[in-house]
Ligand binder design. Structure first.
Ligand code: UDP
Length: 239
């Protein structure tokens, strides 16, 4: 931890699937704890951290729609799934003595604060980790877009995307041996090459707000802290 962090305030997006561990549904407590430990170590570096967690490990509106469910209704169920994940992550972080707040885009005052931008900024300034739950609060969006939106609103200086591999590749490195990792890409590269990083609305939002996106492997212990110092393996998406 000799090097100083490169960013002062960041937003980390973790997909719901990243919480499943070796399973195929729901949450694996050890995996959640491992990610929480990584987040806590970055927080200890003095970095202000916001989190957006997906819900794909529990429910996806688009998958439900493919099976006949009303899309918007399915999306609301998906947003509720992100709240479950947020509560689990909050629990894991507080077990590590990190102060956290869950702020939900859909009001659920019994378990989470309502999302109010200025209050969220204040929490972050006070060193609390804010977990932004329920996505954007709107159907037909994703938590990728929610992550870019909250990062812009919080005036974060970088958006981190924790994935299953250590960056953006020319093809899926898990199935294609010739896949190569990009060190750096432009937003337009990602959009025009249709690289599977974040959805197009998230990339566009990041681009409009000059928000670098850093893609790294969330399952490598300590990777978040390393990448925060510019070390380790990752892909940077910039203009
Ligand atoms: N969702 C939504 N609006 C949002 C964010 C999420 O409707 O702003 C719903 C949508 O149905 C989505 C589900 O919540 O499929 C879970 O989010 P996402 O698929 O982004 O999770 P991830 O893939 O990151 O686990």
């Amino acid at each position: 931890d000799s090097t100083a962090p490169l960013y002062q305030r960041v937003l980390l997006k973790v997909s719901g699937e990243a919480l499943m561990g070796a399973g195929s549904f729901g949450l694996d407590p050890e995996t959640v704890n491992a990610i929480a430990a990584d987040v806590a170590s970055v927080h200890r570096m003095g970095v202000e951290v916001g989190l957006v967690i997906g819900g794909g490990n529990i429910f996806r509106g688009i998958a439900a729609a493919a099976r006949g469910m009303d899309r918007a209704q399915g999306d609301y169920a998906g947003m509720l799934a992100t709240v479950i994940n947020a509560l689990m992550m909050q629990n894991a972080l507080e077990a590590l003595d990190v102060d956290t707040r869950v702020m939900s885009a859909i009001q659920m005052p019994g378990i989470a604060e309502p999302y109010i931008r200025r209050r969220a900024v204040r929490h972050m300034e006070k060193g609390r980790i804010v977990i932004f739950a329920a996505g954007t609060g709107n159907p037909f969006f994703t938590t990728d877009t929610a992550a870019a939106l909250r990062a812009a609103e919080m005036e974060c200086t970088a958006l981190f995307k924790g994935t299953q591999v250590d960056g953006v590749y020319s093809a899926d490195p898990r199935s294609d041996k010739n896949a190569t990792r990009f060190e750096e890409l432009s937003y337009l590269d990602v959009l025009s090459k249709d690289l599977n990083v974040m959805d197009a609305s998230a990339i566009s939002l990041a681009r409009e707000n000059n928000l670098p996106i850093i893609v790294f492997n969330i399952h490598m212990p300590g990777a978040f802290a390393k990448v925060m110092q510019g070390e380790g393996r990752f892909t940077r998406i910039v203009d």
